[in-house]
Design a protein around this ligand. Structure first.
Ligand SMILES: NC(=O)C1=CN([C@@H]2O[C@H](COP(=O)(O)OP(=O)(O)OC[C@H]3O[C@@H](n4cnc5c(N)ncnc54)[C@H](OP(=O)(O)O)[C@@H]3O)[C@@H](O)[C@H]2O)[C@@H](O)CC1
Ligand SMILES: [K+]
Length: 531
């Protein structure tokens, strides 16, 4: 399980290791700088051979120009990493130019030590908006070591021009840009851009990803993020679960397998409540997805006027008439209906409201989405009072804002101070308030439980699934969560597994995806996972 940290958590881990005497800050900085250089050579292996001292030996002199790097160093320890990188690149035969922001006499001790080591090897200039423009011939590499986890406020002044220049230079000349820890200007706790951040090819972070690498539009600022080990102890899975947020990983295949001797009731029975005539598609999508992900049985609860419409379009999914709350109570006398799914295409009328209230009265595992959330926009507290620990709510941004307007407002506000309020903060607060698991959808889906557990599912970089932004895709996700709850997963496990399968199915299908394709490609996705 890979923990994802805030700046404060990272600092605490470093401090604890230093306090234990197992490592010094200077050693950590050396490992960090060496890790960045190793990652650079791994990303661009052609530089490893060209950059060696051997290639600059007299026999080879004149054959190749030296590789050129510009290292932009900030006033803190991120800058300290930059001095290490400058030294190591120079020792590998690179021609390195260093620019320093602020007065070197005010650098923190470890950064100052590495500054002193650098000035034994090379020169430096004060960092200004022209720090890239003064480079006589174009560099091969620019290292952004201006700010890391200590970014405290908005980027202003000369740095705005410098970072714009860096992004433009990269686009124009193809110069490679590498960010140390995080592109300067990206808040490591929230992924928010405090003013401006340069666009880089590679980000090399240390020990573990920070939340800022997983939240927001991180791929707009960095083409790749790698994490380099600097010898700090990792959390056990139990510690990661209770102390930190973690990154959703592929589900355990065993959790999705079926056993040979089981029968259909071993895998639960989902009831999906549908809206009226002409609006049954969303519930049908959810129902089919619940069945595909392995619920033993799935029944659609349909009002009288929509019975024919649904009957014409379902086969394995069953159907029963649920015109009102009384009918629902009677259907729920069957205790084998162990999971309920309500909201997709449900409508906002009185029937819909009374069905949601009846679902929550019965306190069975339940997924609430779409209209089942929107109908409480004027009185979310009424919903929160009825939700229970067996529920999962799956809002998108708009639905989240209807239920939690104050949290959404904080989240949407333009941040000018770090660490900024994050989607993890908002989802954790929402889960506490709602008293149930909240799956807050997006390219960065955040899932939190009322007791503070929190997972981030990142659909960016190689898991970027833009075709998933299509009508009905959310209904499929609700059905997946419901099917997995019916199979006996906890709300958190069901939500995480569903989020992963949802994106993986979209990736397996590829371009042209529409929501109906998701349950149909799911067997392929499951086969790849289960074998
Ligand atoms: N600790 C360790 O052992 C290890 C740490 N490591 C490395 O250290 C990094 C964290 O170092 P850090 O805590 O010194 O913070 P960092 O990001 O350098 O910035 C702080 C400085 O920036 C300034 N400043 C902030 N925002 C600003 C703005 N908008 N505009 C202008 N100035 C601004 C701020 O000023 P202040 O707020 O104090 O006035 C302060 O001077 C981490 O990302 C990793 O790379 C690795 O070596 C592994 C071992
Ligand atoms: K940086």
């Amino acid at each position: 399980m890979a923990e994802v940290l805030t700046a404060g958590q990272m600092r605490a881990i470093e401090q604890a290791a230093i306090a234990s005497g197992s490592v010094t800050g200077l050693e950590l900085m050396e490992r960090a700088g060496a890790g960045v250089v190793a990652a650079i050579f791994e990303a661009w292996p052609q530089w490893q051979t060209r950059g060696t001292t051997a290639s600059r030996s007299p026999e080879n002199s004149g054959q190749e120009d030296a590789l050129k790097a510009v290292v932009l160093c900030g006033p803190g320890n991120n800058g300290g990493d930059g001095f290490v990188i400058a030294r190591l690149l120079t020792q590998s035969g690179w021609e390195v130019t260093v620019s320093v922001l602020g007065d070197p006499d005010r650098l923190p001790p470890d950064a100052r030590t590495n500054f002193d080591r650098w000035v034994e090897l090379g020169t430096y200039t004060p960092l200004t908006k022209n720090s890239l423009g003064t480079v006589e011939t174009g560099p091969d590499l620019v290292v952004d070591a201006v700010f890391g986890t200590g970014l405290a406020r908005k980027i202003e002044g000369d740095l705005v021009a410098l970072f714009s220049h860096l992004t433009a230079l990269r686009a124009e000349t193809g110069v490679k840009c590498v960010a140390v820890d995080i592109p300067s200007g990206v808040c490591s706790d929230s992924g928010q851009i405090l003013g401006i951040a340069p666009r880089v090819d590679l980000t090399v972070s240390f020990h573990a990803e920070k939340l800022g690498h997983t939240l927001g539009q991180v791929q707009d600022h960095s083409s790749r993020v790698v994490v380099c080990d600097i010898g700090l102890p990792h959390a056990t899975p139990a510690e990661a679960r209770t102390r930190y947020a973690w990154k959703t990983e592929p589900p355990d295949a065993d959790s999705l397998r079926k056993t040979p001797l089981a029968q259909k009731y071993s895998y639960g029975h989902v009831l999906v409540l549908s809206g009226g005539c002409g609006r049954t598609g969303a519930a049908r999508l959810a129902a089919r997805s619940a069945l595909r992900v392995g619920a033993g049985l799935v029944t659609l609860g349909v009002p009288c006027d929509a019975l024919t419409e649904v009957a014409c379009q379902t086969t394995a999914v069953m159907m029963t008439q649920v015109s009102d709350a009384a009918a629902l109570r009677s259907v729920l006398e069957d205790r084998r209906l162990n999971t309920l799914c309500i909201g997709p295409g449900l409508g906002l009328d009185e029937r819909a409201r009374s069905l949601v209230e009846t679902v929550l009265e019965h306190r069975r595992p339940a997924v609430l989405d779409a209209d089942a959330l929107t109908m409480f926009r004027d009185d979310p507290k009424v919903l929160f009072a009825r939700l229970h620990a067996g529920c999962v709510i799956t809002p998108h941004g708009g639905e989240f804002a209807r239920l939690f307007p104050d949290l959404a407002e904080r989240l949407m506000a333009t941040a000018d101070k770090g660490p900024a309020y994050s989607k993890v903060d908002a989802t954790r607060s929402a889960a506490q308030r709602a008293g149930c698991t909240v799956l807050f959808k997006g390219a960065d889906t955040v899932i939190a439980t009322p007791d503070g557990q929190c997972a981030v599912h990142v659909a960016q970089f190689d898991r970027s699934a833009p075709w998933l932004a299509t009508a009905g895709s959310g209904d499929v996700l609700s059905g997946l969560v419901a099917g997995l709850l019916a199979r006996g997963m906890s709300p958190m496990q069901a939500a995480e597994t569903a989020a992963w399968l949802h994106v993986q199915s979209a990736l397996d299908f590829g371009p042209g995806l529409i929501a109906e394709d998701l349950p149909e490609i799911l067997p392929h996705t499951l086969r790849n996972l289960i074998g």
